[in-house]
Design a protein around this ligand. Structure first.
Ligand code: FAD
Length: 399
């Protein structure tokens, strides 16, 4: 894609004009996000008309910064799976019609999206998935079960990967679809997590009819679509560039300061640990800035796995230290009422954030799998043994 010569100053002034014309404090969230999309400031690298200006992807950070400073809404928080994973996949693989239909309501949060990849027998090895889609004239008929589907209970659309050719080797017999979550035969059931919330779900597909026009990419190209999504997912989870000292580390430092006032002797015992975590948070932030500057194409590379691993461990350690500083209060839990959250990743209390952080090294690919990706794709080390690589999926033993 040829990129217009917009520099960082111009990107900033476009964002300033947006917040001046639609002051966030007086503008309904959806109206603001619709205007952000229409002015090409949603995903600045997307083509004009699809939420972007066809500009350098690295300029988005400058736009986001201006909007955040002005108190504007964050489209990612409203629709994290849609914004971070489905939209970048749609823009690479979608037809013009699919992009026109889906990107705007996805960005404004009118239509929430989920990612229907994992299954009970296929998580790390997602290419081994068993949900089937069979061709029937101008439609496909899907059957099977997905699991751990974040926000499926609020989603209008899902990015579905299904097996369309069981005779092909496992990576080749897959096809991607845009699934209307209100279609007959789609059933969503809650899965309650350690936090007491059901942020994710099981999704059952029973004879669900999907028009061929909702196929994403060519038949058999599902694995390539999956890779686009996963590369974006890793950066979307681990590659965040917050202002220095903000986010979880700010919560920890604030708590430490409070303890230093009320119980300086105990606080002193924790000074080294808190400083160490602050340094780690800052190193990750700087590394993410560097990674984002190195990025040129629309899809991030395997380096995104570095941030994903580091962010997972850091987040766990920060919240662990935070509840430790809280002493006995850290053991109190606000409520164990079973909740179906409206927003994913809403960590109201440190205790909830501590429990939720345990999932960071699993969601979006486990830390062990990220290490395999880094070993093979970045360091060029020999690959994991893959005995089923050349075997038709139908013949691979399954439990
Ligand atoms: C909070 C949360 C939200 C999620 N949201 C979604 C979602 O929206 N959509 C979706 O599709 N999925 C989602 N997932 C699923 C997630 O992608 C999977 O849980 C993850 O990929 C691991 O798969 P698994 O749970 O089947 O574990 P398994 O693959 O069974 O792994 C079990 C253990 O074996 C290790 N392991 C597996 N293979 C290897 C290997 N080759 N080398 C070394 N170690 C290995 C793993 O690291 C892990 O410790 C979510 C998960 C969580 C926790």
């Amino acid at each position: 894609m040829s990129q217009p010569r917009i520099d960082e100053d111009e990107a900033r002034s476009l964002a300033r004009a947006l917040v001046a014309d639609l002051p966030p404090a007086r503008t309904p969230v959806r109206d603001f996000l619709a205007a952000q999309f229409d002015r090409g400031l949603a995903w600045i690298n997307h083509p004009p008309g699809h939420g972007g200006l066809g500009a350098d992807v690295r300029l988005q950070a400058a736009v986001n910064h201006v909007i955040k400073e002005a108190g504007g809404p964050d489209a990612f928080e409203i629709n994290p799976i849609g914004h971070g994973m489905c939209a970048p996949t749609l823009v690479v693989w979608g037809t013009e019609e699919q992009k026109r239909r889906h990107l705007r309501p996805l960005f404004t949060g009118e239509e929430i999206w989920c990612q229907l990849f994992s299954e009970p027998g296929a998580g790390s090895d997602v290419a081994g998935l068993a949900a089937r889609a069979r061709r029937d004239g101008a439609e496909w008929v899907a059957d099977g079960q997905k699991v751990w589907t974040t926000m499926a209970h609020r989603s209008s659309w899902g990015l579905l990967i299904a097996r369309t050719d069981p005779d092909a080797v496992k990576h080749q017999g897959l096809t991607a679809f845009l699934l209307d979550m209100s279609a007959p035969g789609v059933e969503v059931r809650p899965l309650y997590q350690l936090t007491g919330e059901a942020e994710f779900n099981e999704v059952f597909l029973d004879g669900v009819r999907i028009p061929d026009a909702a196929r994403l990419g060519r038949v058999g190209d599902g694995w390539k679509v999956v890779l686009t999504t996963l590369m974006n997912e890793r950066v979307s989870i681990g590659g965040v560039i917050p202002p220095r000292g903000s986010g979880p580390i700010a919560r920890l430092v604030e708590r430490y300061r409070e303890l230093a006032r009320t119980d300086p002797a105990t606080a002193r015992l924790h000074t080294g640990a808190v400083a160490d975590l602050w340094v780690r948070a800052e190193v990750l932030r700087l590394a993410n800035i560097r990674l984002s500057q190195l990025r040129t194409g629309d899809t991030p590379g395997p380096e995104g796995s570095i941030s994903k691993i580091i962010a997972a461990d850091l987040n766990k350690d920060v919240y662990s230290e935070l509840v430790t500083l809280m002493g006995a209060e850290g053991l109190l839990y606000e409520s164990y009422d079973k909740v179906r959250p409206v927003l994913a990743m809403e960590y109201s209390t440190p205790q909830k954030a501590f429990l939720r952080s345990r999932a960071n090294s699993i969601e979006g690919g486990t830390s062990e799998v990220m290490k395999n990706v880094l070993a093979e794709r970045v360091l060029g080390l020999p690959g994991d043994p893959r005995a089923d690589k050349d075997v038709p999926w139908r013949d691979i033993p399954r439990s």
